[in-house]
Design a protein around this ligand. Sequence first.
Ligand code: KG4
Ligand code: ZN
Length: 319
Amino acid sequence: MIVLGIETSCDETSAAIVRDGVYVLAHETVSSLKEHSAFGGIIPEIASRRQMEYIRPVVAASLQKARLTLKQINSIGVTSTPGLIGSLLVGLCFARGLARALQKPLREIDHIQAHLYANFLRRPGESSLVFPALPAVGLVVSGGHTSLFDVRNFQDIRLLGQTKDDAAGEAFDKVGRILGLGYPGGPLIDRLAKKGRNADIRFPQAVLKNSFDFSFSGVKTAVLYYVRKHQHEKSFSLPKVAYAFQESLVSTLVEKSLAACQSTGANTILVGGGVAANSVLRSRLVQEGQTQGITVHFPPLEFCLDNAAMIAGLSGCSL
Ligand code: KG4
Ligand code: ZN
């Protein structure tokens, strides 16, 4: 079973070929991210215009890399929600037209669930790797979403909680802007914080008792006020602020994910989304999970960020 996946939910135009819901034969992604950096966020009109230009060559390049022709594809999977409406429409219209012309089935895929499914993707030579055990708790942390799920299997996924305001990635990006680092802030803060380990600064964590919901706008505002108050002092250190912000945000993600395991009885955590690339989240969640007998899975870095391989994979999955 060979699936062509198409993903255009945000700034990226991505196509991938996945065999049997697992083996990634090819994946190609082009992003318009650089064009948005001057604005500190994605401009939807720029994103969708670029996607209209990129979609044909990106699909063609993925087929070429997999050494396949369109006729050899068994079905098509495409992101249908959530995302920027103009961007989603580019991928959806292209995929619908292609499926009709080729007379192949089309499956519309939820982008968030696909982020969790990214943990099951393999390279063709990696057949001996063990798949994550289900049921699991799913943590999706991206620029637009922060949600916890009870994943019984990929037909039965229940939302446990989500952010009430900023998504984790959005908080990273906004704090990146406050610190004058540029966009996207996540990877820049991750790097800078490595040089700022300290216990002098502590930013608050929103607890939201008896709930799996999150709130990150408070910590973002606390960083803003701290910077305004202290930025002209001699001891002011950007790496220290970045470190303290990251500690606050990551601690909340770790605590809520482990509490969700306690509540559902799952011994597995599946993490997905761009913030899953964060080095401190990766090490803290694995370490603290281990102490409670919980195995934590992160997708390889290339499949943490938005990509069509996770869309093609979930489209062809039998879990
Ligand atoms: O999943 P994704 O590619 O796009 C969305 O669907 O939103 O996630 C992008 C987000 C951005 O907010 C970016 O700052 C964040 O992921 N990100 C990170 C890291 N790498 C990317 N956040 C924290 N640490 C990182 N290393
Ligand atoms: Zn995403």
